[in-house]
Design a protein around this ligand. Structure first.
Ligand code: KIV
Length: 281
């Protein structure tokens, strides 16, 4: 191979090697400008299917399509140079068979340039993960609260509340890691279950609503930036974007209505060197 770039992107192997080491910093990204800001500070950017809810206003991730994931995946790749970029496989694109998953996963990698896919990995997914990984598609798993199963659960709430559910999540996590996933998102479970999963599986765990015991953390970027009125219990707001945007828009609207925007500094003038000569006018 002769092609060389000055900055090397983080690889799935880099992430896998961080098990039990320095915590892995992950956030979601859906567009190029945001990816460019996050890229310098994150190990992994996830083009999550949460894009359906956060950007497209859908009530859940169920309606997200391959085309949406490809469009947003390409944008995030254009905006980033360092972080590992992982694209979510949308609901209905991988569950039917390993062959269906391979077809759609390779489409995501080829058409976005991202290095890996993520899929929600109930026990049913172990064969699919092994099939993909053996054929060159790195996979990140996702256990615990699986948002694509919202119509089975009935509500977005923490999972692993009963002994049976706990055992099921633990076995899903083990099956996911044993099948070859390079990392596993653990969503919406209590700290003791997150600890048990993290201790038992060989792949790093990336927690979201799963306590600090995980090998890394991920949040939906717009949640942690405070873009919405309401955020779940596990989200810490690091900024107040909703209030900042509202203040800015209120001021803009008032200035437009008073004709105090645009000001002189924002107005083009045709005097000076760029003024067209009479003969050119
Ligand atoms: O779609 C998503 O954003 C996710 C995470 C937040 C883990 O799956």
């Amino acid at each position: 191979m002769s092609s060389q770039t000055s900055i090397r992107r983080t690889t799935t192997a880099d992430i896998a090697s961080r098990k039990g080491g320095e915590p892995i910093v992950c956030l979601t990204a859906y567009d190029a400008p945001m990816a460019a800001i996050l890229d310098q500070h994150c190990d992994l950017l996830l083009v999550g299917d949460s894009v359906g809810m956060v950007v497209h206003g859908l009530p859940s991730t169920v309606g997200v399509t391959m085309e949406m994931m490809i469009l947003h995946g390409r944008a995030v790749m254009r905006g980033s140079t360092r972080a590992l970029v992982v694209v979510d496989m949308p609901f209905g694109s991988y569950e039917a068979s390993p062959g269906q998953a391979f077809e759609n996963a390779t489409r995501l990698l080829k058409e976005t340039g991202a290095q890996a896919v993520k899929l929600e990995s109930g026990r049913y997914a172990a064969d699919t993960i092994a099939f993909l990984v053996e054929r060159g598609v790195p996979v990140m798993g996702h256990v615990g609260l699986r948002p694509q199963a919202i119509n089975v659960y009935g509500a977005f709430k923490a999972r692993g509340r009963t002994t049976a559910e706990r055992a099921e999540i633990l076995s899903e996590a083990e099956a996911t890691a044993n099948a070859g996933a390079f990392a596993v998102v653990v969503e919406g479970v209590a700290e003791d279950l997150a600890r048990e999963i993290t201790e038992r599986i060989s792949a790093p765990t990336i927690g979201i609503g799963a306590s600090p015991v995980c090998d890394g953390q991920i949040l939906v970027t717009q949640d942690m930036l405070g873009l919405f009125d309401w955020t779940p219990k596990f989200v810490k707001r690091y900024a107040g974007l909703r209030a900042a945007i509202t203040d800015a828009v209120v001021q803009y609207a008032s200035e437009v209505r008073r004709r105090s925007f645009p000001e002189a500094a924002q107005v083009y003038r045709l005097d000076g060197p760029s003024r067209p000569k009479k003969s050119e006018a």
